[in-house]
Design a protein around this ligand. Structure first.
Ligand SMILES: *Cc1c(COP(=O)(O)O)cnc(C)c1O
Length: 217
């Protein structure tokens, strides 16, 4: 088996250790054997999946799973009791369905509000200016607990544009925290931009290719 991903993970963890940032491995397309090796031999303890079907096929209750992709309301029921955190809540209908399914099972669903920092049309996420109003709405859903914000920025942006997105997301996150002290996560940064995101205040990064893809030198 190719074990570069363990070395990659340890390098990233060493690099991020001074910042106190949690790394969630974005494990799409990776087999469960690799995911379990990663979790059992490194300090990465959470696997983030972005498709319901794929999460269900790999699911193992010994590990901690996050849902990080766009989520259809009719699939909430399959993952609601399997994930630590849903990063991608961006609309009322999804919030309502999560409430209903969590309530049914007598559990609390932990969520992040997803924001689309550059208003990209083909992506999910609320606009930043709508995130705080949406957070107030969440107070009406007793089985849902808001734990922070997940921000995505365009893949093709230059550093200064990414910094603008991430700084704006950070600002909304700090405002959110004044009303929701338990909102401890700012999930932002992927393989191509996580260093910038961390400099802008991210405390959780979602990394796929940086771990499983190319070797870091
Ligand atoms: C795949 C994925 C990531 C990780 O992307 P990489 O560029 O491989 O690091 C992060 N967040 C979401 C929602 C993803 O689907």
């Amino acid at each position: 088996m190719n074990r570069d991903f363990i070395a990659n993970a340890n390098k990233i963890l060493a690099r991020l250790a001074p910042y106190g940032v949690e790394v969630v491995a974005a494990t799409k397309t990776r087999p469960i054997e690799e995911i379990s090796e990663l979790i059992e031999t490194t300090d990465i303890k959470v696997a983030g999946e972005n498709r319901v079907q794929e999460l269900m096929s790999k699911y193992d209750a010994r590990y901690t799973w996050d849902f990080i992709g766009q989520l259809q309301t009719n699939k909430v029921k399959y993952i609601i009791d399997k994930v630590r955190l849903i990063h991608s809540v961006d609309r009322l209908s999804l919030l309502q369905t999560i409430e209903k399914e969590a309530e049914k099972r007598n559990i609390t669903a932990n969520i992040l509000i997803e924001v689309n920092t550059a208003k990209e049309e083909n992506k999910g996420g609320l606009y930043l200016e709508d995130a705080l109003d949406f957070s107030q709405e969440i107070r009406n859903y007793p089985s849902v607990k808001l734990l922070g914000l997940m921000a995505v920025a365009p893949l093709y942006y230059e550093k200064d544009e990414l910094e603008k997105c991430f700084n704006e997301a950070y600002k909304v996150y700090t405002e959110l925290k004044t009303g929701f002290p338990e909102a401890k996560y700012l999930s932002m940064g992927m393989s191509n931009d996580y260093r910038i995101a961390v400099d802008c205040g991210a405390n959780l990064v979602r990394l796929g290719r940086a771990i499983f893809g190319e070797r870091i030198v």
